[in-house]
Design a protein around this ligand. Structure first.
Ligand code: HPA
Length: 269
């Protein structure tokens, strides 16, 4: 495993035009941020040794090296989901490669169902913490010596970055929510009883990604900032049928404010 990570990193290091310390996983709601990257150098996942290839609709797969404003960045356009059939090692492989490439900070986004009754569709939720509901742990197995066997998770989402994001949101007059993201395997959306259960357990939003990558980033010593776009509601009395298309539509509508916060935060980070 470690050899593969290092081999992939060595392959990328040879091609990298810069040495970014900032990476972005362009999840749902951040697609258009890719268009703001300048001095781009792109590599398709299929051309990178050991990289899985993403399949889900609405996610194309490539790594983008370039600049966002003045900042050198590495962006992942398209992520790997557990529900697609990848192992947890595959889902989190790119994050470990990032560690080898010298990434210090990771920005992530996702679409999620809101369970907090104060949330509305199109809201942005700054992720303050998570609950790991995936059936397999990404750190299960021999410990990769990027971090301890039993990693601390008391601050999985960096408090200083949250504070700065709040300041940016306030400056720009963008309303943001805060909350706990529950990560589940999918691919079904939740039943009303499941939404209620996750809410009772302490979740504010639920989705099918992010948690594995964030756990591995923390293990590697990479600090994390994440935002969810609330694309549907798992709140009693407000639950209606959900489809992938509707999730995309709600996420697209929220995209400009998500992009604005992320762009600023990355530039100041
Ligand atoms: N549940 C799980 N994943 C999701 C949801 C949801 O309600 N909305 C967007 N992704």
């Amino acid at each position: 495993m470690l050899e593969r990570i290092q081999e992939t990193a060595a392959f990328l290091k040879e091609k990298m035009p810069s040495s970014p310390e900032t990476a972005i996983i362009l999840g749902t709601g951040l697609g258009s941020l890719a268009e703001e990257i300048t001095d781009k150098y792109e590599i398709k996942y299929e051309d990178i040794p050991y990289f899985p290839v993403s399949t889900v609709e609405g996610h194309s797969g490539k790594l983008i090296f370039g600049k966002l404003g003045q900042k050198d960045i590495l962006a992942m356009q398209g992520r790997f989901h557990f529900y697609e059939g990848y192992t947890m090692q595959q889902v989190t492989f790119p994050v470990r490669v990032m560690r080898e490439l010298g990434i210090r900070t990771l920005f992530v986004s996702n679409a999620a169902g809101g369970m907090n009754p104060a949330f509305g569709i199109g809201d942005l939720m700054i992720i303050t913490d998570h609950i790991n509901f995936f059936p397999e742990h990404p750190l299960r197995g021999k410990n990769i010596p990027y971090g301890p066997r039993f990693p601390d998770m008391s601050q999985a989402y960096d408090r200083e970055l949250i504070r700065r994001a709040d300041a940016i949101a306030e400056e720009k007059g963008i309303q943001v929510q805060h909350g706990v993201y529950v990560g589940t395997q999918g691919p079904t959306f939740e039943t009303p009883a499941e939404y209620r259960m996750y809410h009772i357990l302490g979740g504010d939003a639920v989705g099918m990604s992010t948690v594995p990558e964030v756990i591995v980033a923390n293990h590697c010593g990479i600090r994390v900032f994440g935002i969810s776009v609330i694309t549907d509601l798992g709140v009693e009395g407000k639950i209606v049928e959900v489809s992938h298309e509707e999730v995309q539509k709600a996420a697209d509508a929220a995209q400009p404010k998500m992009t604005e916060i992320m762009r600023e935060l990355i530039n100041r980070a």
